[in-house]
Design a protein around this ligand. Structure first.
Ligand SMILES: [Zn+2]
Length: 201
């Protein structure tokens, strides 16, 4: 009887574990990362870069909450998680049913060992540490795109501003077309810490 109880309790524990396993949808990538069933990609461990560059516990993120990335993004889990918050609480509500809904994000920068805005002598960009991702457009189900460059002061002005605003909070730094000439065509998001809260421009 005692043996049966032990066997049963082991079975209960095992089934509890298996229920916790996130579902993997091959459409979005090789598996789940960062312990979050909404984040798809693969864990790639430490990325070593020149000098201070590099990413600890990096992932190659391929999709977020069912939204695919145009290219796999090498970032850390804090940044992947912030991107998820932005997609769910910023992008989806802003896009709504426009163009059949959001389908993809056009990623134009992720991990890259470089100075800020590629200016020589400038400090290392947060891209150098896997803390940053740049998005230039939101792909819609009908094949069209909400493009930051043309949409910000055009057809998608309201929606792009709404999602820019929604990034302020999940991300520590949010830069868009109003920030400077370097960000006319994309949003820069990073998870660097700021003593005074998020910096959004
Ligand atoms: Zn950037």
């Amino acid at each position: 009887m005692k043996l049966l109880a032990t066997v049963l309790s082991v079975a209960v524990v095992l089934s509890a574990c298996s229920r916790k396993e996130p579902e993997i949808d091959p459409q979005f990538g090789p598996g789940n990362v960062c312990g979050d069933p909404a984040l798809y990609g693969e864990a790639i461990g430490t990325v070593d870069g020149a000098g201070a560059c590099g990413v600890a516990d990096a992932v190659r993120l391929t999709a977020v909450s069912g939204v695919t990335l145009s290219t796999p993004a090498t970032i850390n889990c804090a940044t992947a998680t912030a991107l998820k918050s932005w997609v769910e609480d910023g992008v989806r509500p802003a896009v709504g049913d426009t163009g059949g809904g959001v389908q993809s994000l056009r990623v134009v920068a992720h991990y890259s060992c470089r100075s800020r805005n590629n200016q020589s002598g400038a400090r290392l960009s947060e891209h150098s540490f896997g803390n940053a991702i740049d998005i230039a457009g939101i792909g819609l189900a009908d094949g069209s795109e909400m493009t930051v460059l043309t949409g910000w002061n055009g057809q998608y002005a309201r929606q792009l501003r709404q999602m820019w605003q929604a990034a302020c909070g999940p991300f520590g730094t949010v830069l868009g077309p109003e920030a400077d000439r370097f960000h006319r065509d994309h949003f820069h998001f990073d998870t660097a810490d700021y003593r005074s809260g998020s910096f959004c421009r």
